[in-house]
Design a binder for this molecule. Structure first.
Ligand code: FMN
Length: 208
């Protein structure tokens, strides 16, 4: 049973703390047998939402750039891991711009009512937030969580878990953190096994 895991790296800093943590998660997912793909937002060409609201009438975004193909990938994945460092108490501009561009899916769900995710679909699709922050403050990630809730809800994923590590300034990099890299790998394996099990159950419900 193939499990497709999509990692979205939203840091403008290539191979920095957050992308490295994402890589560890994806390695774990791959080791558990998943098909893994990583997309680096910095390498894509997409604009921020224009707020034209034309999608409320058509269900399509008038701006046909790389964001649309990425949303197609998100919708086709079983698990999506969105990675963003904390920038000024929130997510990066790259990730926020992508989330806003998903407004055409919101329009399909709530205005046009042409898009619907069943509870079963949501249960089998898992979203994970991966983040790092410089400060040693327990609440440093709090501003990011509602935005992750929004994109996971909008694309039919259950918000499965966070893989977060703060105090990067003191640790001087994610590789010096006592356990974050290991935990990310373990979480990658775990989520793939959980999804594979759910997919199997969905295909053979009468076996129970
Ligand atoms: C523009 C900018 C804003 C930041 N704002 C915060 C912040 O508000 N709180 C915090 O704890 N760290 C902040 N940081 C530090 C980063 O979150 C931290 O260094 C992170 O590990 C960087 O991840 P990266 O290597 O993937 O880019 C900021 C860094 C930058 C560049």
């Amino acid at each position: 049973m193939t499990v497709m895991v999509l990692g979205i790296s939203g840091s403008p800093h290539r191979h920095g703390n957050t992308e490295t943590l994402l890589d560890s998660f994806l390695e774990g997912a791959g080791a558990a047998g998943a098909d893994v793909e990583k997309v680096v937002l910095k390498d894509l060409n997409y604009q921020s939402c224009r707020g034209c609201n034309l999608c409320h009438r058509t269900g399509e975004c008038v701006v046909q750039d790389d964001a649309i193909a990425l949303f197609d990938k998100i919708l086709a994945a079983d698990c999506v891991a969105i990675a963003s460092p904390i920038y000024t108490m929130g997510i990066t501009a790259e990730v926020k711009a992508l989330i806003d561009r998903g407004q055409y899916l919101w329009a399909r769900k709530f205005v046009l009512r042409t898009l619907y995710f069943s509870d079963e679909h949501i249960r089998r699709h898992k979203g994970i937030f991966i983040s790092t922050a410089g400060q040693n403050w327990d609440h440093v990630f709090d501003g990011a969580f509602p935005m992750m809730t929004a994109i996971f809800n909008g694309t039919g994923f259950e918000y499965y878990d966070n893989i977060i590590a703060n105090n990067m300034d003191e640790y001087k990099g994610i590789r010096n953190h006592p356990d974050a890299m290991k935990k990310a790998g373990v979480k990658g394996k775990e989520v793939v096994r959980v999804i594979a099990q759910l997919k199997e159950e969905a295909q053979a419900p009468e076996k129970k």
